[in-house]
Structures are given as structure tokens and as C-alpha cells.
Design a protein around this ligand. Structure first.
Ligand SMILES: N[C@@H](CCC(=O)N[C@@H](CSO)C(=O)NCC(=O)O)C(=O)O
Length: 217
């Protein structure tokens, strides 16, 4: 029994896992979980992820949730020695960990709030975008990307001159920021961030993994 990903191709956190699967060229089955019916909040899915969210991964007897944990597991299990985590060299591994943490702690909050306001709120909750709230989050995201701009003026990727999970974790929300909100200029207006963004999104695995991110209002 091979790898199963429980989620949805339109979901950012599912696409984050699919990007690693595509980078590693793994066989997998995407098992749809229908958020619109609340399937993710009921058994059997709630047993896979007690927080009632997608994605979850099944690999043999292992069941995992949290997309950024799943990505690291897949690299450790199927991508030994790959640059995606650089775990053979503690210093480079620490730099990858540092920028993975930056994405989780500094980037994910504001960008997910902007995407929520402009895409998920109107699309799934019938709400109206609070432009002021979205602009405030966009400003926060801009300050984070100012830090990225300096870093990416020194190295081609966030952890160094190699593509790693630290870069890959940004793909799905960055895609919706550009495709589904008026704030894509946060990425495109910063030259080194834009060059980095073009580099990481031009990878075949990135294209395959984000192809399903088709939500729009
Ligand atoms: N930290 C977790 C977040 C999962 C998540 O928010 N999943 C969303 C879909 S992804 O946009 C989800 O399941 N939303 C429905 C809900 O929260 O009820 C991870 O990285 O896996």
C-alpha cells in the first residue's frame, strides 16, 4: 500500500505536500476530503487529524498531519541526502530549519490572512472582504518580504544557493496571493524576491503541485 494524501488539490496545505511528492517523484494517491460537507471534521478523517484539517498522510502504518511535518518526513524517508533538508551537514540543516521556521512564524500568518480575506471568506463563507484588515496584513507581509529581499540579494534561495523545503513551503500561499488577491505586487515589486519566486515556481514539481490551486472568486 503506497502513500495516500488525504486532502484537496485546491488546498494550500495539501499542495505543499504534493510539491515534495513531485520533487521526489513518488507514487501516491490523493484521497479527496470534502470540506464543503464537513467530512474533515468527522470520522474517519478526524482520527487522521484530531484538529479536523487537511492534509493528512498515510504511509503504511504511519498516519501524519501538519503539512510541514509531512514534507520533512517524506524527504527523510524517500529523499535521503537531498538538498531539500541538507541533514548531512548540521550548519546547512540549521539554516534550512531557520527559514522553514521563518515561513511558519512570520510569512504564513499575514499571507494566509490576506488570502482568507480576498478568497476564502467570500468564496466559502459568503463574507465580504475587509479591505482595511487585508491591507494591514499586506503591510505586515511587506515587512517580512523586505527581510527576504535582503537575504535573497545574497543567496539564490532562502537557506543558501540550493533549493530546499524552506523555499518550497512558500509555493502554495504565494500562488494564491498572486492569483487571487490584489497584493501580488508584494512579491513582484521586490527584485530579488521576484527572481526567487520565478526560480522556484518554474520548477516542474512546483507547476504540477500548484496546478490544482484554481480557486477564484
Ligand atoms: N498547519 C496545518 C494547517 C492545515 C489547514 O489549515 N488546512 C486547511 C486547508 S489548507 O488551506 C483546512 O483544513 N481548513 C478547514 C478547517 O480548518 O476547518 C498544516 O499545515 O497542515
Amino acid at each position: 500500500m503506497g502513500i495516500k494524501v488525504y486532502g484537496s488539490p485546491v488546498s494550500t496545505c495539501t499542495a505543499r505536500v504534493l510539491a515534495v511528492i513531485e520533487e521526489l517523484g513518488l507514487e501516491y494517491e490523493l484521497v479527496p476530503v470534502d470540506l464543503s460537507t464537513g467530512e474533515h471534521k468527522r470520522p474517519p478523517h478526524i482520527e487522521r487529524n484530531p484538529f479536523g484539517q487537511i492534509p493528512a498522510l498515510e504511509d503504511g502504518d504511519l498516519v501524519l498531519f501538519e503539512s510541514r511535518v509531512i514534507t520533512r518526513y517524506l524527504v527523510r524517508k524517500y529523499g535521503k541526502g537531498s538538498d531539500l533538508l541538507k541533514e548531512d551537514t548540521p550548519v546547512e540543516a540549521a539554516t534550512v530549519d531557520q527559514w522553514i521556521e521563518v515561513e511558519t512564524q512570520h510569512f504564513n500568518g499575514p499571507i494566509s490572512a490576506v488570502v482568507f480575506q480576498h478568497l476564502f471568506l467570500p468564496l466559502f463563507f459568503g463574507g465580504t472582504t475587509d479591505e482595511k484588515a487585508a491591507a494591514a496584513e499586506a503591510e505586515k507581509l511587506g515587512k517580512v518580504l523586505d527581510v527576504y529581499e535582503v537575504k535573497l540579494s545574497k543567496t539564490k534561495y532562502l537557506a543558501g544557493d540550493f533549493y530546499s523545503l524552506a523555499d518550497l513551503h512558500h509555493l502554495s500561499y504565494g500562488h494564491y496571493l498572486i492569483a487571487a488577491t490584489p497584493h501580488g505586487s508584494l512579491i513582484h515589486s521586490r527584485p530579488h524576491v521576484k527572481a526567487w519566486w520565478d526560480r522556484i515556481t518554474s520548477r516542474p514539481a512546483s507547476k504540477k503541485a500548484t496546478a490544482g490551486l484554481v480557486l477564484a472568486i
